[in-house]
Design a protein around this ligand. Structure first.
Ligand code: AHG
Ligand code: MN
Ligand code: MN
Length: 354
């Protein structure tokens, strides 16, 4: 699945810029445009990081005073992060359009000659902003299918998870990290604010095949489907650790490194699940598979789920392979009977153009 890994073997400590450049040089179909786009994402991440760090002083905590298209109250930082990412992507010139959690419609940048479109959750975990708990940004990049040089179209965003060319997240945590994949493994970079640079700190991240952490909003347990409730009860009886901070990026990152499962099943309040396919589920599914883990909606691979709407929701079970299979019985049965679930090495690889 991960070819030519040796070509991008760089030591821990190398800068993100250098890493991106080496990636570009190492692959025959590499394009400088995607490299530039990733640099633009990193630039926006640095700016948002600055805003997040001084939020309490700069008076940008609290409600913005409006709701986004999903009826959720926007925090000031939701709006600030949205603007910062949009600006960096527009000014960088390599994104033709952006879809953001904070806007209903496709946002056209005016860069009609650009090859790529970007979906973002600019600020994930917004209920944690005011209480100084880790928050994040999630992004997902597609090569557009509308002709280059024409206005971008909604279809550019509705290609499905397998068509992602890159995806990643920024975690504004005890340290700030950018973790991303272009379909050749998962790499993590830690931000040194004094130097204003991201440095490679986590090479070729692989997630443990199983773990003993489960992450879900257990307050909703009585609403969970029976299979999921039984699974959570099994986790309790095995004395697994419950860890849930309510920032998907933070919960995902911890489980990616330590082994575990994050669950957001359908509930009475959110019958299709709460999380958004385009800019939450697909990108994290791409990352977790690249790290050797798994992501399903309980019935099928998240990456294979068809998408019809920009802000479509999906249930999400994501993390260590063995744990995700246990809570996705249909997939588990299929796999054990040699059915449609494929082994990790055979999973379709996203079209990576970097
Ligand atoms: P966002 O802040 O982008 O709207 O996302 C919040 C999401 C996710 O980050 C988190 O895991 C989940 O909502 C928490 O939901 P509950 O409060 O329902 O547990
Ligand atoms: Mn989110
Ligand atoms: Mn958000």
């Amino acid at each position: 699945m991960i070819e030519n890994q040796d070509k991008i073997a760089l030591p821990v400590g190398v800068t993100l810029d250098r890493f991106i450049k080496r990636n570009e040089d190492a692959f025959p179909f590499a394009t400088g445009e995607l490299s530039q786009l990733l640099r633009d994402v990193a630039l926006a991440a640095k700016i948002v990081n600055r805003e997040v760090n001084r939020a309490g002083l700069a008076g940008v905590t609290g409600l913005f005073g409006a709701e986004n298209g999903h009826g959720e109250s926007q925090q000031k930082l939701d709006v600030i992060a949205h603007i910062r990412f949009l600006r960096a992507l527009r000014n960088g010139g390599e994104a033709a359009a952006v879809v953001s959690e904070e806007e209903d419609e496709v946002l056209v940048t005016g860069n009609e000659g650009a090859k790529y479109v970007v979906a973002i959750d600019p600020l994930d975990g917004s209920s944690n902003i005011d209480v100084n708990v880790s928050i994040g940004t999630i992004f997902s990049i597609y090569r557009r299918i509308s002709p280059i040089g024409t206005p971008p179209a909604m279809e550019d965003f509705l290609q499905g998870g397998n068509r992602q060319v890159a995806a990643g997240y920024v975690l504004y945590g005890t340290s700030t990290m950018l973790v991303y994949t272009t379909g050749r493994g998962v790499y993590g970079f830690t931000y040194d604010a004094s130097l204003g640079e991201f440095f490679l700190s986590h090479k070729q991240i692989t997630t443990p095949g199983t773990g003993s952490i489960y992450s879900c909003n257990e307050g909703n347990l009585n609403d969970f489907p029976d299979t999921v409730r039984s699974y959570v009860e099994a986790c309790r009886s095995r004395r697994y650790s419950a860890r849930y901070i309510g920032s998907l990026v933070g919960d995902f990152h911890r489980n990616l490194l330590k082994g575990g499962i994050y669950l957001y099943p359908p509930t009475a309040r959110a019958p299709n699940g709460k999380l958004r396919l385009l800019y939450e589920c697909y990108p994290l599914a791409f990352l977790v598979e690249q790290a050797g883990g798994m992501a399903t909606d309980g019935t099928m691979r998240i990456m294979d789920l068809p998408i019809r709407l920009l802000h479509q929701r999906a249930p999400l079970y994501i993390g260590s392979r063995e744990m995700v299979l246990e809570v996705s019985p249909a997939l588990s049965d299929a796999e054990h009977s040699g059915g449609p679930m494929l082994q990790k090495a055979e999973l379709p690889v996203s079209t990576a153009i970097s």
